[in-house]
Design a protein around this ligand. Structure first.
Ligand code: AMP
Length: 625
């Protein structure tokens, strides 16, 4: 059995899912089932075994999770379903997805168990009772052998990413587990590819499985040049706005995301950055949808952020760019999306954002479109600045050509005479005024400044509160995280007469942690924070200590008790267009969630897991020297 997007126009409510699940899907903003979901959900609900060929990104997790949840008897807190995954990361991810979809199923429990995590913790959790186990094969086997996990009541078993389990050498463990579960269970096996070894497992352990495979039709796309940009999710927004700035022949863009919620969120973020933009999703009435499309046609908006379904059939000739902000479920969805540009005989441009784990999509799309997709790197702040300067120059040249400026010549002449300032200075001040809302320079634009433009500071002399001894000159901090920044990232700010602003000096003393309202999600780099603070406040790099990036904020060590005027500047400095709004962190506010320096070796997992106390994901970066 194969499926294609043409058969998925219907919503989740046609698949036989129960109300609590439909409600949870509405909460997370899923609009329509992905092809694999539309095909798998009814089959699994009907109780058949299933062999699914699907990769990450196709929505396969919900494809098995939703029917699985529907079959759970909440009154019995015993493992009724087991999901085996190759890695602990995937186990956690799947458990989180189940929790999300079970939001309206009170009392539901899912437990991830994987190697590397304390046995004691897992034994305690298992003894409390759970409805679903998501685990890596090695650890599940351990528990079965110890009898701490009993699967007598198991009615459903899912093998997720079976080919990965094979590749990682777990296939014998998987077979052993299959043999130690009730033969009456329903089994679903998902795999990105179907090597013979996996087919053999399916043949032996699945009962008349229904085979579901997403068909990858090839189609030729003409008149659209395609690129991809590999980027982590935290940097996508920054990458998008920079790309939009430097793209040639930009007229209008259609940006695709996966959920209704994401259309609104991204549209809001782009609007805050000065774009004329609207969201287009299935929650809008037909009338409102048509209005959005009319506004795009008329040029009152330039960007529409849409879901696949809402943008189906959209035909607006001025759409010069299609941006796949979230990767599509399959190659056919991709082809549909990029078909929204290159209309009416024009050439179009398609840009695809891919996280490193989504890179497998690239080859599939190249095959499907029979075209090479070229790599695009995120434009540097310098490149964006150059583009802004070029556009500004063009505006000035056009105004000189087209406008009557006699009155303004007189104004400038009077300024020159009365204030004794040169026309060049007046022009520079006016350029500053004219671009205040959208500065020509971006933070970090001078990252590649010649060496002689860079000030070198001596080693740090500050201590962090009372706990650290003064560092020796030139010594590295105790951790591999920064305490000193010998290089100034941006040249010192110049005063009007061209002399650099004087750096403020501080006596050696304690450093204090300050909280600033920009973090990983805004794509900030530690060096940008240092550059901005050094530049705007005149605090030298040597007086700037450790910087820790969290999702939506960061902490930075600066001299304790900064004078009020500096605090004022520090609050107002903008980095990547976000005001830092700096304030001193309260004692205990900073939670050091750094990973243990040496993680215990794990039997069946690749990377150590870190539990974050408050859900924040810190990134520990070494500042570049
Ligand atoms: P998966 O292939 O299961 O790893 O899913 C990839 C991503 O797609 C996840 O972030 C899901 O939250 C998202 N997703 C899955 N199904 C849908 C859907 N029907 N609509 C929108 N997003 C979805």
């Amino acid at each position: 059995m194969t499926t294609s997007p043409d058969i998925i126009a219907a919503g989740f409510d046609t698949l036989g899912l129960a109300q609590p699940l439909l409600k949870a899907l509405a909460d997370v903003g899923y609009e329509t089932p992905s092809p694999i979901q539309a095909a798998c959900i009814p089959v699994l609900l009907a109780g058949h075994d299933l062999l699914g060929e699907a990769q990450t990104g196709t929505g396969k997790t919900a494809a098995f999770a939703l029917p699985l949840l529907q079959k759970i008897d909440l009154k019995r807190a015993v493992p009724q379903a087991l999901i085996l995954t190759p890695t602990r990361e995937l186990a956690i991810q799947v458990a989180e997805a189940l929790q999300k979809y079970a939001h309206h199923m009170p009392g539901f429990h899912v437990l991830p168990i994987y190697g590397g995590q304390s046995m004691v913790v897992q034994l305690r959790a298992l003894s409390r009772g759970t409805h679903v186990i998501v685990g890596t094969p090695g650890r599940v086997m351990d528990h079965l052998e110890r009898k701490s996990l009993v699967l007598n009541n198991l009615s459903m078993l899912v093998l997720d990413e079976a080919d990965e389990m094979l590749r990682m050498g777990f296939i014998d463990d998987v077979k052993w587990i299959l043999e130690h579960t009730p033969a009456t269970r329903q089994t679903a096996l998902f795999s990105a590819t179907m090597p013979d070894a996996i087919r053999r497992v399916a043949h032996q352990h699945l009962r008349e499985p229904q085979e579901i495979k997403i068909r990858s039709a090839t189609s030729t796309v003409v008149a659209t040049s395609q690129s991809y940009c590999q980027t982590h999710s935290g940097q996508k927004l920054e990458a998008l706005t920079r790309i939009l700035e430097v793209e040639d022949d930009f007229d209008a863009a259609l940006i695709f995301v996966r959920t209704k919620t994401a259309t609104v969120e991204l549209a809001d973020k782009l609007e805050a950055r000065g774009y004329s933009v609207a969201a287009l999703n299935g929650d809008l009435t037909q009338g409102l949808r048509e209005q959005v499309i009319e506004r795009l046609k008329a040029g009152t908006i330039d960007i529409v952020v849409a879901t696949d379904v809402a943008a189906r059939g959209l035909d607006v000739a001025r759409v010069s760019h299609v941006i796949n902000y979230d990767v599509p479920y399959d190659t056919e969805a991709y082809v549909h999306r990029i078909g929204r540009t290159g209309r009416a005989g024009r050439t179009g441009r398609a840009i695809l954002f891919l996280a490193p784990r989504e890179m497998h999509m690239l080859k599939a799309i190249e095959r499907a479109t029979r075209q090479k997709i070229t790599a695009l790197t995120m434009p540097t702040p310098g490149e964006v600045a150059n583009r802004r300067v070029a556009q500004f120059t063009q505006q000035v040249v056009d105004i000189i050509k087209t406008e009557k400026l006699d009155f303004f010549f007189d104004v400038v002449r009077r300024m020159e005479g009365e204030q004794d300032i040169a026309a060049r200075e007046i022009a520079a001040a006016l350029a500053w005024l004219a671009t205040r809302e959208r500065p020509l320079q971006m933070p970090g634009a001078n990252d590649h400044a010649p060496r002689d433009a860079v000030a070198v500071s001596p080693a740090p002399t500050f201590t962090r509160d009372t706990e650290r001894k003064p560092a020796k000159a030139g010594a590295k901090p105790a951790e591999s995280y920064p305490t000193a920044e010998p290089r100034r990232e941006r040249p010192a700010k110049e005063s009007r007469d061209g002399t650099p602003a004087k750096p403020r000096s501080f006596a050696a003393g304690a450093l204090q942690r300050y909280r600033i309202e920009i973090g990983r999600n805004q794509g900030v780099l530690p060096k940008e924070i240092v550059g901005a603070i050094a530049n705007e406040c005149g605090i030298e790099g040597k007086n700037i200590g450790q910087i820790n990036l969290f999702d939506d904020y960061s902490s930075v060590e600066l001299p304790a008790d900064l004078p009020a005027d500096l605090m004022d500047v520090l609050r107002r400095i903008r980095v990547r267009q976000f005001a830092l709004k700096a304030r001193v962190m309260e004692p205990g506010e900073f939670v050091d969630t750094r990973p243990p320096r040496r993680a215990p070796p794990a039997r069946d997992a690749k990377k150590p897991d870190r539990k974050k106390p408050d859900g924040a994901k810190p990134v520990w970066k070494k500042r570049e020297h």
